[in-house]
Design a protein around this ligand. Structure first.
Ligand code: 5AD
Ligand code: SF4
Length: 437
């Protein structure tokens, strides 16, 4: 009998892509995908440690799975991802029914580990992982993630990532280009390059050269996450402007609008540095969209600092934000800072930020009504099977009536109606065409 597996995934795109690698590794070893955790012989939790909430979600699901194991003692349970790295052996003490603990820098060992007895694999040497080639089992046939670098050297004072994913290492350009070429040849339309700070990518080539060479593969669309504002350069803005495939959307986490808090966060830029880069981008590409991350209630954040953040939202006019309450993480500097704020203060500030941004997002979307956009169809809408869902180059979600058009086709549409989280549109012509601007 073939053994089967089920993967729970938490957290960022990096982790979602790690889950695709995990699936690839296991199917390569003869495992098959189970439809549900109840049917699986091996359950994997690919975890996220960035905030307490993500961790709690994992621990409560892990608890329920522990019950499952009481009934089926042969069930194996593996924990991968950032909580695995953070908790290591302690996890076995906390949840004795867990069989395997594998940190993100060791996922290439997964198949070997799960065929052994109980084992913890959390060695920290991620320079190795950058040289691995994975054959990921991808969720989509239209768009694909490619890891271009692992780890992080920034040590933002709130962030656990440098401790769980280790130091920054770049994958060789040649191996990234081979992966991109292969995906293009297999009909993929969009590639998203993944790294904690893609602007500091460096191998036998720099990031801009990498983008140029990926553009030459003929892929329709290229995106990249995440950019660090400190390293976001004019050369990169030029690349986004000039390279056919590189999409006009930048995710540029600002975190706070207060220089005092940015300093405490160890971000390495001021609000005006940030604003200057955004202005430079919009100067070259007026229609470019910008999204960001915000942390509400960092230790010591005063009402005034919070107001600075709200003002920053208005001044920049983001197309969308991901905002979070500050969550103290053991082992980071911000965890030990004085003046930790009450949950109620953090919640109130988060709500205010979300509320202000709602107005801005809606206004930005509204501006697109009547415009013609190229969308890449991703598939049927999850809520309405009569509708297709796609995205603009600027990463706005668009729904259209399910006229001809399969996942993977590019279509020109006119935006009819803006909503807060998506736009609805009608096709302008039904011919598909290759991206041109
Ligand atoms: N608390 C709250 N938000 C955090 N982030 C990272 N660490 C923390 C933390 N300790 C947010 C940042 C980052 C995003 C991925 O998660 O905004 O950009
Ligand atoms: Fe965390 Fe900063 Fe690294 Fe992003 S760049 S993962 S916020 S340390």
């Amino acid at each position: 009998m073939q053994r089967s597996f089920f993967v729970y995934t938490y957290g960022c795109q990096m982790n979602a892509h790690d889950s695709e690698k995990i699936r690839g590794l296991l199917t390569g070893k003869g495992y098959v995908n189970a439809d549900s955790p109840e049917e699986a012989d091996l359950i994997i939790f690919n975890t996220c440690a960035i905030r307490e909430k993500a961790e709690q979600k994992f621990f409560s699901q892990l608890g329920r799975t522990g019950m499952l194991k009481r009934k089926r003692t042969e069930l194996q349970i593996a924990v991968t991802g950032c909580v695995a790295q953070e908790a290591g052996k302690r996890l076995l003490g906390k949840a004795p029914f867990v069989d395997f603990v594998i940190g993100p820098q060791n996922i290439h060992r997964l198949a070997e580990v799960v065929s052994s007895d109980r084992r913890v694999e959390t060695g920290q040497d991620n320079s190795d992982i950058a040289l691995r080639e994975f054959s990921a089992e991808r969720e989509s046939r239209v768009k694909a993630w490619i890891s271009i670098m692992y780890g992080c050297n920034n040590f933002c004072s709130y962030c656990i990532v440098p401790y769980t994913r280790g130091r920054e290492v770049s994958r060789p350009g040649s191996s990234i280009l081979a992966e991109a070429g292969d995906l293009t040849a297999r009909g993929y339309r969009e590639i998203t390059l993944l790294g904690q700070n893609v602007n500091s990518y460096r191998s036998e080539m720099g990031f801009v050269e990498l983008l140029r060479k990926i553009d030459e593969t003929g892929i329709n669309r290229v995106r990249f996450v995440t950019s660090h504002p400190r390293d976001f350069s004019i050369e990169l803005i030029d690349a986004v402007t000039n390279l056919r495939s590189v999409c006009e959307h930048i995710h540029l986490p600002i975190q706070s609008g207060s220089d005092r808090i940015l300093e405490l966060m160890n971000r390495g830029y001021t609000f005006s540095d940030y604003k200057r880069k955004v202005d430079a981008l919009r100067d070259k590409i007026p229609d470019a969209t910008i999204t960001t991350d915000i942390i509400a209630g960092f230790p010591g954040e005063s009402e005034e600092d919070h107001e600075d953040t709200v003002r920053a939202l208005e001044e920049i006019g983001f197309d969308g934000i991901f905002a979070f309450k500050f969550s103290p993480k053991k082992g980071t500097r911000a965890n030990d800072m004085k003046d930790q704020l009450d949950e109620t203060v953090k919640s109130a500030r988060l709500n205010r930020i979300l509320k202000v941004q709602e107005g801005i997002t809606y206004r930005k979307n509204k501006e697109l009504e009547g415009t013609v956009q190229e969308i890449l169809i991703e598939g049927l809408s999850e809520t309405d099977s009569e509708m297709l869902v796609g995205r603009t180059r600027t990463n706005k979600i668009v729904t259209i009536n399910a006229l001809p058009g399969d996942a993977g086709s590019l279509m020109r549409v006119r935006i009819e109606k803006a909503r807060l989280h998506s736009l609805s549109a009608v096709p302008v012509d039904l011919e598909t065409f290759t991206a041109s601007r």
